[in-house]
Design a protein around this ligand. Structure first.
Ligand code: K1U
Ligand code: ZN
Length: 172
C-alpha cells in the first residue's frame, strides 16, 4: 500500500527516531509500503519519518540504469560505522522537499551496519550514489534534512517555498 509523504516543514521530520527492537510483520509491511511509495514517487530512497513513522527504518534502491535489475534494500537500525576521508559532492533532492536541490558534501565511502527484514545483522561498504543516499536517509532518522547543510539564506528560501506549496495543496 502506498503511503503519503510528509512535506517540509513538519515537526515529525525533525525528530530523532526510535530504534526497532523486535521485527514484527507490521514493520515488514511498513518496509514493503515504503518501497512501493519510493518507486512510485519516483525516488532512490525513503526513511520512515517521511511517512510519519518515527522508527529507525530506511529503504533504498539506487540502480538507475534503464533495464537493470532493481535492488531494493530495507535497513532497520542502520548505522554508519566507518567513513572515508575522501568526500563527494552531490546535488541532492528530497521527496519531502519536492523540486528543490542543493549541493551537499559527504564522505565518498561509508561502512554501514543494519538488521535486514529477516532479522539478520548485515554490514556493507557503500560508495557512489549508494553512499550519498544511505547517509541522506540515516540523516532523516536523526531529524536532519539536506537543507540543513546549505547556507541559512538558501535554507530559508526553500522553507518559504515549501510553506507556500503546502498552503496551495491544502486549498486543493
Ligand atoms: O529521502 C528522500 O527524500 C529520497 C531522495 C533520496 C536522495 C536523492 C538524492 C541524493 C540523496 C538522496 C530521492 O530519491 S529524491 C529523487 C531522486 O533523487 C531521483 C528520482 C528519480 C530518479 C532518480 C533520482
Ligand atoms: Zn530526503
Amino acid at each position: 500500500m502506498k503511503r503519503s509523504i510528509l512535506i517540509h516543514p513538519d515537526p515529525r521530520l525533525k525528530k530523532i527516531c526510535t530504534p526497532v527492537d523486535d521485527l514484527s510483520d507490521a514493520l515488514r509491511t511498513l518496509a514493503d509500503d515504503m518501497l512501493e511509495t519510493m518507486y512510485d514517487a519516483p525516488g532512490i530512497g525513503l526513511a520512515a519519518p517521511q511517512v510519519g513513522v518515527l522508527e529507525r527504518l530506511i529503504v533504498l534502491d539506487c540502480v538507475k540504469e534503464e533495464g537493470a535489475a532493481p535492488r531494493p534494500m530495507a535497513m532497520f537500525n542502520p548505522k554508519v560505522v566507518a567513513a572515508s576521508d575522501e568526500t563527494n559532492v552531490y546535488d541532492e533532492g528530497c521527496l519531502s522537499i519536492p523540486e528543490q536541490y542543493g549541493e551537499v558534501t559527504r564522505p565518498a565511502e561509508v561502512e554501514v551496519t543494519w538488521i535486514d527484514r529477516d532479522g539478520k545483522a548485515q554490514k556493507q561498504v557503500f560508495d557512489g550514489l549508494w553512499a550519498t543516499c544511505v547517509q541522506h536517509e540515516i540523516d532523516h532518522l536523526n531529524g536532519k534534512l539536506f537543507i540543513d547543510y546549505l547556507k541559512p539564506l538558501r535554507r530559508q528560501m526553500i522553507t518559504r517555498k515549501m510553506q507556500k506549496l503546502k498552503r496551495e495543496l491544502a486549498r486543493g
